[in-house]
Design a protein around this ligand. Structure first.
Ligand SMILES: NC(=O)C1=CN([C@@H]2O[C@H](COP(=O)(O)OP(=O)(O)OC[C@H]3O[C@@H](n4cnc5c(N)ncnc54)[C@H](OP(=O)(O)O)[C@@H]3O)[C@@H](O)[C@H]2O)C=CC1
Ligand SMILES: CC(C)(CO)C(=O)C(=O)O
Length: 301
């Protein structure tokens, strides 16, 4: 089965390379023709520790190619989904879609594709894009996949890529629940690393940043008590250690002067808390700080 990976950033390149490593027929869908040409000519260069490997995959910059059969993994940022999905909207087709964005904002998109099998995934890998066709695997964790309907069959080919360096897990949880738990972790790790300008591992080492993480955790656990047993502070710290060398996706965006997913991750969770009449003052303050840093770019003043 052909797998299209739409969005060849940190996560897209990592996923594309690891699926190709498992022998799946991968084709990247990039935003620019320049990137598609680079990937086609030279393959994806994946580095993990001291190991470097090149994986030959297909590549195109034509979004409509995702209509031509196969399963499509959407690996762009949450705010870029709409533009890409416009190429599929209203077009008949039964090709499965897997969303792997952080945050909760994109959950509502599933209702636009009632004719297709849709699943939502969470990624606990660390990935850093280092060039048009190169990516560093900076931390291993599971790709969990939860289908919107109970039918997992369309996504079974992805289980074929399961390996110690790229665990792929079939989740029996509701997508809303899976994404909420991951979003809470991102609400702790991403803004703190972004504002402090540190890699993930520092949150498990620096006492002040650790205290801030603890405060955020207590606030989120009070607002979402049903997650308390599954999103423990120890688990969040374990994710920081597993991805110690990673710059979180939010910090990476600020460093590159790109738009962040503050709205999809923090904004989405703040809205969910508001519906329960719970307030998240620490998270709201971090949200404002990240938005201000994003707007000002790296300029002083
Ligand atoms: N980085 C990480 O360690 C992790 C990230 N995530 C999540 O994964 C998702 C992706 O993040 P990440 O890979 O870091 O983001 P990146 O910004 O590195 O990559 C996003 C990619 O999507 C491409 N893109 C944007 N619009 C389109 C389009 N219309 N068609 C095709 N490609 C498009 C961008 O292209 P261009 O560069 O040309 O604009 C870019 O290459 C996010 O939701 C993030 O929160 C989850 C776990 C870990
Ligand atoms: C898993 C983690 C925390 C890796 O940095 C991530 O999801 C992100 O950076 O957005």
């Amino acid at each position: 089965m052909r797998i299209h990976v739409a969005g060849a950033g940190a996560v897209g390149l990592l996923v594309g390379a690891r699926l190709a490593e498992a022998g799946l027929d991968v084709r990247m869908i990039t935003r620019t023709a320049e990137q598609a040409a680079a990937i086609l000519d030279e393959g994806i260069l994946l580095s993990a520790g001291r190991e470097e490997k090149v994986f030959r995959v297909g590549a195109t910059s034509i979004p409509g190619e995702a209509r031509n059969g196969g399963l499509t993994i959407l690996a762009m940022k949450s705010y870029d989904l709409n533009e890409f999905l416009a190429a599929l909207d209203g077009k008949p087709g039964d090709a499965p879609l897997l969303f792997v964005q952080n945050g909760v904002a994109h959950l509502s998109l599933a209702s636009r594709f009632r004719d297709r099998p849709v699943a939502f995934g969470t990624i606990e890998h660390g990935a850093r894009k280092t060039g048009l066709r190169s990516v560093e695997h900076t931390g291993t964790g599971p790709l969990r996949i939860a289908p919107v309907s109970d039918d997992f069959r369309p996504f079974i080919p992805l289980l074929g890529a399961d390996s110690p360096s790229f665990p792929v897990v079939r989740s029996n949880e509701e997508p809303e629940w899976l994404l909420l738990k991951k979003a809470l972790k991102n609400c702790m790790i991403n803004p703190v690393t972004a504002v402090a300008g540190v890699r993930n591992g520092m949150l498990a080492e620096d006492p002040n940043l650790g205290a801030l993480l603890g405060r955020l955790h207590a606030e989120l656990a009070a607002a979402f008590p049903e997650t308390a047993d599954e999103v423990t502070l120890d688990e969040v710290l374990a994710l920081c250690r597993k991805t110690a060398e990673n710059t979180s996706s939010m910090l990476a965006d600020l460093l590159e002067g790109k738009r962040t997913e503050a709205g999809a991750i923090m904004g989405g969770v703040i809205s969910l808390a508001r519906e329960r009449r719970a307030s998240l003052p620490t998270l709201a303050a971090l949200h404002d700080l990240v938005c201000s840093m994003e707007r000002r770019g790296d300029r002083l003043g």
